[in-house]
Design a protein around this ligand. Sequence first.
Ligand code: LLP
Length: 413
Amino acid sequence: MIGFFRDENGLTCDGVSLDTLATSKGTPLYVYSAESIRQAYRSLDDAFGSHPHRIHYAMKANSSFALVRLLRECGSAMDANSIGEIDLALRAGVPPSDIVFTGVGKTAEELDRAVAVGVKAINAESSGELERIDRAAVARGTRARVALRVNPDIDSGTHPHISTGLHINKFGVPLEQARTIYRKMVTQPGLQPVGIHVHLGSQIVTLDPLQRAASTAVKLANELREVGIQIEYIDLGGGLGISYDGSRVPGPAEYAAAVLPLVATSDLAVVLEPGRVLVGSSGAVVTRVVDLKPGPGGRNFAIVDASMTELIRPALYGAFHRIEPVTCRDAKEVSYDVVGPVCESSDAFGQDRRFRMLEVGDALAILDAGAYGSAMGSTYNRRPLAAEVLVDKGVAKVIRRRQTLDDMLALEQ
Ligand code: LLP
């Protein structure tokens, strides 16, 4: 078995006891399963089978260096959202031709660097940005490969904070303007249009919107071909969700079955930018109970040493994460509100969770925290960034040590 499961030592990651890790490495602690990341990559890659496709891992989900390198070893290309992520990918041995550069609001400096590096494509967000890319490329005597991010005005049904494909969202250009912009692109000497980019949002658990987005992109590609503009691929973005609460959600195979027939008739390759589906379920935050006290409605507060600084998703999106005691004692079940120590009432991980009675010092695991956990971490309240451990073939390796106050102060004068 791989991932997080229970054996006679309590909850484990790939069979390595989380209680032992909590003791030896301290808490709060991120723990990841290497094999389950590999498996997630393979299942998405296999799902797209022989249709020409390339998976560009969306590093924003978790850009810990060891995980980026692990996904690289799996064969993954990368989706970068900043120069920091581009440079990280390069340091991980990813060639520029395997990097797409996305993101609303790229600075002139970032565009120039992306042009100089020669990435596979800059996913352009506006006509203005295309002009800036054109100028940067001409100044360097080159042509920049670009894909226009099209906003198809499709409701992905996800949380409004992470929906990006509606016309009210700041992302991309309206579909109606896309044809005109592509026509102009071919007259701009510094631009080579190579793709069409759509990304509807994140944690999408129904296939219909993803299918409609793919169909929009294929249709646009066909229309462009009719006017003599031949692109290489459509970039379907990321967004495929995972199950946080155990309910059934479509997986990679169903996703591929939904979109592949739409592209199969064309000679277009497919680019994917998955983040969460590759790393989300492969990580947990391990934390210890630091205090217990009576709370509202007969429930109890279990105050833990992890907070919104390690996993902000519940505070930011009201997101549900399963929480499990690492070991269970033989005691009656009690209901708990599991909360963090930070001075914000939103610093809470779960309400009304029933566990066998907890004691101070007990370890809990907050599951499915591999994506947008450590990547969105902060040092609010002067809390050091937590350590991260990668378990691979029974060996737990610290891939990021815990930050110290000296580390933090090193930046300050
Ligand atoms: N491509 C683009 C252009 C994106 O903006 C994103 C995510 C992805 C790919 C990867 O999406 P994924 O496959 O991971 O859904 N912090 C939020 C999620 C924000 C997603 C931002 N963009 C959360 O914790 O739910």
